[in-house]
Structures are given as structure tokens and as C-alpha cells.
Ligand binder design. Structure first.
Ligand code: UDP
Ligand code: MG
Length: 313
């Protein structure tokens, strides 16, 4: 299997309802490419029957199933999948059929033209709730700012990477990572094409708001020190405003007398609370970075592969 041309890497976390439909649609698409291919499915510590269903697919020698020891998160799972394949073109996608497999040939075609190292995709008519789309919008703006790459849709996992980019990505042993952003560090030429987007086929999203906020922080904190700078500038601005306000209070007391100033105490309290709140926020952000430094410093593996299930012959 040394000369595989195209690999599809799919992280799977509690997707038992979607897997049969996924394979049913993916297989004919891959066969239609008329290229050697493999499908790498990573079981990211699912609690449902996903792993059993996945193992059932390994009767086909083009399917490999990577079993992780527990849940490490979508991006770590994809990394684990990257280490298994040696294909020239590597496609990532979700297991829930929100990324239609039928779009894969489009990505492969652009990759084959040879000009681009990464082909991303923009979700046309995105089928997600407002609460899911809003954080994505913020992620897109932040990602564009900190990577300096003007991709429009960072969240869509239906993407194609060239072997060289993937090789460099798997050299990065980072716990909190965001693969589309990491790829921009190594890829010279990046483009995006439009793809369709569908409703989740079955089951529900494993990204509640808390996990999304965390992912967003992964993206920002792993690729820039922007939040720390923001705090610093915010702090400078606040002190400046504080001094101005102090001067204003002093003058007002002189002009209007002590009576006015005593009543002003309550305003001061209100302002104080705002500042205390901001301080806690700042501490939180710093703590978040220190926490992440601690995680990296321990040098635990980002994922542990229990076993690779594949047809033996
Ligand atoms: N996923 C994973 N590990 C996790 C969470 C998600 O491997 O801890 C996989 C999941 O099975 C799916 C993809 O990542 O293939 C995207 O997850 P999901 O559909 O829940 O996210 P959303 O579409 O809401 O962004
Ligand atoms: Mg999804």
C-alpha cells in the first residue's frame, strides 16, 4: 500500500447512527476517482457502538481503523490518522455527513492541478443553528487576523492537504491545536472552493458552547499571544482613563463641594466593580496560558493509539 494516491481521514466520536450511511456514500465516490485510495477512520474513544461498526468495515483492505485509548478531541484524532497514511493527497472530513462525500472529487481535482498545497472549502448554505454559526463567524475573523491568511471558512473540515504539509504537521507535538490553522504555517499556496453542507445525518453535535469556546481559545492561544497583548493595552488604557477620572473627581469636588463627592462614592463603587471584573478576566486569560504551558511541559502524548485495525494480507 505504499503508493496510495488519496486518503480520507475521518475522526469518529459517537457516530454509530451515521457510519453505515457514511460508508455507503463515501465508497462509490472513492471508487469513482479511479485512483488508489484508503479510508482512515479514527475512533476517538466513542462510548457507543462506533468502534464495532468501524471494525466491521475493515473486511475491505482499503479501510483502516485507528482505535485511540480514549477521547482526545477531533483535532488530535485527525493527527493520529495523519500518522497512519502515506498518501500523496490527504482529505479530512467529518463523520456526520455534514460534509457531503460527493464533494471530494472537486478537492482532488484542484489538488491535482498541482498549484496548491491546501484546498479548503466554504460551506454553501450552511445547515447549522444560529448559535453554532455565530461562534464560527468569530473564529473565522480571529483566524484570519492571527494567521494572516484570508481563508473565509476555517471551521469546515472538508479539506485536502498535500503530503509535504501533513508530514510537517505531524512533526508538531502540540496538545491544543487547530489543524486548518496549523496547516497555514507550512503551506505555501492555499485556496478555497465552495462545497455543499448538509444537516447532521443522525445523532447530535459533540460541540456544546463550552467546547467551542475552548476550541476558539486553542486557535487563538496556540497561534498568537494576541490575548495577552490585548490585556496589556487594555490595562494601559484603563489606567489612563482612571487617572483622568481621578482628576475629574478632584475638580468636581472643589467646584461642587464635599456633598457631591459623597454621593459620588456609589459611582466609584460601580466603576471599581468593572475594574475588578476585568482583572479577574485578565487573570483568567493568563491562567489559561499557564495551564496550557503546563500541559505542554508534561510532554504527555497528544493521543495514544491502542490498535490499528486493518485487513491482514
Ligand atoms: N469528533 C471527534 N472527537 C471529539 C468530537 C468530535 O473525533 O471529541 C468528530 C465527530 O465524530 C465528527 C467531527 O469530529 O466526525 C465533527 O464533530 P461534530 O459534528 O460534533 O461537530 P460540529 O459539526 O457540530 O462542528
Ligand atoms: Mg458536525
Amino acid at each position: 500500500m505504499d503508493n496510495v494516491q488519496v486518503a480520507v481521514v475521518i475522526p469518529v466520536y459517537n457516530e454509530e447512527e451515521n457510519l453505515p450511511a457514511l460508508m455507503k456514500r463515501l465508497m462509490p465516490v472513492m471508487q469513482g476517482l479511479q485512483k488508489s485510495f484508503e479510508i482512515i477512520l479514527i475512533d476517538d474513544g466513542s462510548h457507543d457502538q462506533s468502534l464495532e461498526i468501524l471494525k466491521g468495515f475493515t473486511g475491505n483492505s482499503q479501510v483502516k481503523v485507528v482505535e485511540l485509548t480514549r477521547n482526545y478531541g477531533q483535532h488530535a484524532a485527525i493527527m493520529a490518522g495523519f500518522t497512519i497514511t502515506r498518501a500523496d493527497i490527504i482529505i479530512t472530513m467529518d463523520a456526520d455527513l455534514q460534509n457531503p462525500p460527493e464533494e471530494i472529487p472537486k478537492l482532488v481535482k484542484v489538488m491535482e492541478e498541482g498549484h496548491y498545497d491546501v484546498v479548503g472549502s466554504i460551506r454553501k448554505g450552511r445547515k447549522d443553528s444560529f448559535l453554532r454559526i455565530l461562534p464560527s463567524k468569530i473564529i473565522n475573523i480571529v483566524a484570519r487576523k492571527i494567521t494572516g491568511v484570508s481563508m473565509r471558512d476555517w471551521g469546515c473540515m472538508l479539506r485536502a492537504y498535500r503530503r509535504s504539509v501533513v508530514d510537517r504537521m505531524i512533526q508538531c507535538h502540540e496538545h491544543a491545536t487547530f489543524i486548518p490553522a496549523l496547516a497555514t504555517v507550512f503551506a505555501k499556496r492555499i485556496t478555497e472552493i465552495e462545497v455543499n453542507h448538509e444537516e447532521r445525518y443522525g445523532g447530535k453535535s459533540s460541540y456544546p458552547l463550552t467546547k467551542l469556546i475552548n476550541l476558539q481559545f486553542d486557535l487563538v492561544a496556540s497561534f498568537s499571544d494576541f490575548p495577552m497583548k490585548l490585556i496589556m493595552y487594555g490595562g494601559i488604557l484603563m489606567s489612563f482613563l482612571g487617572i483622568c477620572f481621578g482628576i475629574f473627581l478632584a475638580i468636581a469636588r472643589l467646584v461642587y463641594g464635599a456633598q457631591w463627592a459623597a454621593e459620588g462614592i456609589f459611582t466609584l463603587f460601580a466603576i471599581l466593580f468593572v475594574f475588578v471584573g476585568l482583572q479577574f478576566f485578565a487573570l483568567g486569560v493568563i491562567g489559561e496560558y499557564i495551564g496550557r504551558i503546563y500541559v505542554e511541559a508534561r510532554k504527555r502524548p497528544e493521543y495514544v493509539i491502542e490498535k490499528v485495525h486493518a485487513k491482514t494480507d
